[in-house]
Design a protein around this ligand. Structure first.
Ligand SMILES: [Zn+2]
Length: 300
């Protein structure tokens, strides 16, 4: 029968073939006709892959979710040229005796020496931010960006985890000024650049600046952040993603991983959402970051 149809309508068939997107889910239950009529179902794109419906997308999503949630977090330590204590000492913000006391105290309490220095009022947060700036070679927050309201679609859960916050966001210039209060994490910059398609410019801010700016952060009205602290199996995660995809009438999706977070961004007719899975995986004590954005086909 198909053969007959083909021979009868070769032009139409050829035309359909050109426009045809085939569902990447190999277990797709939709008929060939439903899967291939262009325009009848917009489907969901994940990188170069296309899924005919949310069911197929969610089924296929198990594969990247399983892989991303089991990725080993590998430490890539980055040490600045000069230790913060020695830098503060060289600038005269600190005496050798103060540094010795603070170092001993920090070792006792098993905390960072900079934390101890601020706690003991030996240096101010601002001096510390300036020292970090010199240490890492990034500027401190410029005065004109202090106190700006920022509306942006980045999950607060990951901003909090990195202690980083957008201070300025220009949609036209496609640029985000991102303030880090502890250290500049390149894996995080890469993640935000990939998610937003904007250029990220890092700078240093104080922990107080960070807390205050987080309060000024607003989310666009068509955007939602869905945080899942107990993600469960990849299948359960995929169902969560599927529900969010239905909510936004998803047309596009992408997967990413950073530290112990697995992120799925979905966008569609009714809005956009980030599903943020907090994996609570067991990592080695000396953990660091290795992140990646994964947008390849997720065929089952
Ligand atoms: Zn399908």
């Amino acid at each position: 029968m198909m053969e007959l149809l083909k021979s009868l309508v070769p032009c139409v068939e050829g035309h359909l073939k050109n426009l045809r997107a085939t569902c990447e889910n190999r277990q797709c239950h939709n008929t060939q006709l439903m899967r291939s009529i262009p325009g009848s179902r917009p489907g969901i794109r994940v990188g170069t892959a296309w899924y005919c419906c949310i069911d197929c997308f969610a089924m296929a999503a198990c594969v990247p979710l399983e892989r991303l949630s089991s990725l080993k977090v590998v430490e890539i330590p980055r040490h600045p040229r000069l230790s913060l204590g020695l830098f503060l000492l060289s600038k005269g913000h600190l005496t050798a005796e103060q540094l010795r006391i603070a170092t001993a105290e920090s070792q006792c309490l098993d905390e960072d020496v900079e934390q101890t220095l601020v706690k003991l009022c030996m240096v101010s947060e601002k001096q510390l931010a300036a020292a970090r700036s010199a240490q890492w070679g990034y500027p401190v927050l410029a005065a004109e960006y202090v106190g700006q309201m920022v509306e942006i679609d980045i999950p607060k859960a990951i901003l909090n985890a990195c202690r980083a916050v957008p201070l300025h966001y220009s949609v036209t210039a496609k640029r985000i000024l991102l303030g880090f209060s502890a250290r500049v994490e390149h894996s995080f910059i890469e993640l935000i650049e990939e998610m937003t398609r904007c250029r990220v410019e890092p700078c240093f801010i104080t922990p107080t600046d960070f807390e205050e700016q987080m309060e000024r952060l607003a989310m666009p009205p068509d955007y939602e952040e869905v945080v899942v602290d107990d993600p469960g199996s990849p299948e359960k995660m995929a169902r969560t993603v599927g529900r969010t995809a239905i909510q936004v009438a998803a047309r596009e999706a992408s997967f990413a991983q950073w530290r112990d977070f697995v992120l799925v961004r979905v966008a569609g007719k009714r809005g956009r959402a980030d599903v943020v899975f907090h994996m609570l995986r067991n990592t080695d004590v000396e953990t660091g970051q290795q992140s990646g954005i994964f947008k390849e086909a997720i065929a089952v």
